[in-house]
Design a protein around this ligand. Sequence first.
Ligand code: DP6
Length: 329
Amino acid sequence: MKSTAIANANIALTKYWGKREDKLILPHQSSVSVTLHGLTATTTVEFDKKYSQDVFLLNGQEQSGEELERVVDILNILRQRAGSALHTKVMSTNNFPTVAGFASSAAGAAALALAASKAIGLSLDEIELSILARQNSGSGTRSVSGGFVQWLRGEKNDGSDSYGIQLANEKHWPEFRILACITTRQAKKIKSRAGMKQSVANCPYYSAWKESANKDSDEMKKLILKKDFTALGQLAEHNCLKMHAVMMATTPSIIYWNEKTVQLMHAIIEWREQGLECYFTMDGGPQVKIICLAKDVAEIIKRVKEQGIDEVLECRPGEGVRSTDNHLF
Ligand code: DP6
């Protein structure tokens, strides 16, 4: 009863920041992302009577506390569904640095959902997998499908209508690029989960953010289908700034940017004025993700390096979660 899955990270073009229900991970807003080729989490899950408890190793390190609990939550859902009492060993590795600041748990959540459900003998469809991944990490619901994905907020209390749907697959827009610029290698201090809970609890702008983010998500869907790059970039940038405004206006304030983040934001605006079309987006961290088209990648990377930022990862739209026979143990 062993199975292995590979999933890619994703970057939100319109963001998720805030839960209406914590345990099931139900968001206040729909969000839209692009799944990124080459940034993978590989996860092997084995259910066996030789295990007396659930063990979870991430990048070689045994996990405890919240990290372990989030995995056990998924295993418990599956055990109940399959009528099994077996414990597991779960091993997961990422091929990209956590510091890159891609909603770090998303790829792992999607890989866990597929590997664990197969290992226990269940064959889940894409929606069921997305609902399962969501309960490990919200952004994980968007890494189940490839290409461009919308995570529907849903209305129901049981979460059965809150999942990711593919808007267009990874071949839809082959020129689309994300450049992840690493402004610092220091770990962030506030995790997204804790930060967004604070924002929902006390940010005075929260309800305005919730409403406008929901509208942005639906508008983003249209722009992706039309491949309207300029409008997409403008909307993604504005949506990101609104989310960070909410973070900053939370008590205690959440300021993820460093001086390099801000320097690069200004530079990107200036390059655009000079005719080099690119836009920024940042998640719960200081790294700047540049949205651009393939034809401008070389010039943009050159300019980013001139700003004193040496590490840049180039990503294009990638595939959804899939199984492999290359088990990690
Ligand atoms: C800022 O999915 O990491 O990256 O659901 O608590 O696991 P949990 O949070 P997570 O939050 C991601 C927040 C974000 C925006 C986004 O990816 O939409």
